[in-house]
Design a protein around this ligand. Sequence first.
Ligand SMILES: C[S@@+](CC[C@H](N)C(=O)[O-])C[C@H]1O[C@@H](n2cnc3c(N)ncnc32)[C@H](O)[C@@H]1O
Length: 459
Amino acid sequence: MGRTKRVRRRKRAVSADSSVDVDGRLAELVGWMRRHRWSGPGPLRPALFPDTGRGLLSRRPLQPGATLVSIPLSLLVSSATALRSELGAALRAARPAVSAQLAVSLWLALERRRGADSGWRPYLASLPSAYTTPAYCEPRELSADLLPEALLSAARLQHAAVRRNLLRARRLLRETSAPCVAGWELSEEELRHAWVTVKTRAMCVEPEEDLGNAPSGLKDDNCALAPFLDLFNHRPGATVYSSVSDGCYRLMTEHGVAAGEQVFIDYGPRDNLQLVLDYGFVVPGNERDAVPVPAEWVPLPAEAQRAADDARLRSFLSVGREGYSRDLLTRLYLAALPEQELASVDGQEVQCMSLQELTAPAAVRRTLAALLVRLVRHLESCLAAQRAMPAPSDALRVCSALLREWLLVLQGHVWERGRRPGADGVVRPVYGTRLGDVVTESVIHGAGGELTVEMCADG
Ligand SMILES: C[S@@+](CC[C@H](N)C(=O)[O-])C[C@H]1O[C@@H](n2cnc3c(N)ncnc32)[C@H](O)[C@@H]1O
């Protein structure tokens, strides 16, 4: 979980179902933490919320600057915890150095395996048994029919990361003589659970925050799990700040909170794709949302590609709520240049053009309109395939929520205005766009199998 320090007031309180024993497991966690020098949950208590699931509720009004939680450093799980454990020698000896994330994941998996014998059992029992990031999509769900390219490739990367770290972890365990690992063949499921637990629940420790640990020598050592503190859900703008003092890690709110409200923190500025990949949920109406456009959908002739390279065109092709990414418009502009102009086009000049200049040519707006329609149809087709999927995983359901959010973003740019028969008598949808034209869709499967969309001037 990341945090930013911007301040924004929440707009409304959320109702919590306090009658649900959010969990005997959480009551047990609180009792266990108290026995380990925790002063208690202070102004907060766990509750179940209709829109976000388990979270933390404020029992009384809180002023800006009020302490939300204060967790003893001894209850944080970091690389130092893993290095102090029986796995420590193997983790230290590993070459190349293992990441802190893998070290903490292995520690978690080992403690879970110990079951009732683990001194951390109440904390482990409080963790969800599964997650909804794409790492939890089933292999049969990683298909181009179900997931748009940007989501599919990221989901595949998550699955590959789990497998790669599984192999690394198994090698490391084989080289460990600690009795606790004897005969343990770490399973993919064990590693996936531990890996995603750390990914979705660990807090980011700022470099200036001294948790009192010696340098670990591990890679990317900036995360720690914090029991109870890991129950905060995310809301953009819910800013908090942290400090380490008197052997505790503390979080303070930057704004007032009413009694009975859910207390959120801000995991950091993320669009919904990033939230799904990192945490497995979407924020409805996320203002940062941008629908990715596959670069192959805007093919460039070789000369235009050279200009794109000169313009240092990256591939952030996307449609956001407010407009189109510069990369997308530049690529469309280059793709629309007449052949005779391609040889002389100067990539650096194109880089300096305004967004209005890039969208001035009618051919650019026509292709953009076609692209928007194609995106809508592609997302709708993925959603239809997802609906037809028998027994979809919860992770796939979250992907569906993401696609629905993307369609809402696109609805600000392109919308179906009705249906009309074409010259051939076939009835086709007619689309309006923000580009000021009306688009009549006519599907032509040319050599490239491309969808072509005609624009016409009337409504
Ligand atoms: C650090 S945990 C927060 C506590 C968590 N809800 C629980 O039950 O343990 C992060 C996870 O909470 C859920 N979450 C956080 N913020 C959310 C939100 N605004 N809406 C829906 N789910 C959210 C996601 O599953 C995320 O991976």
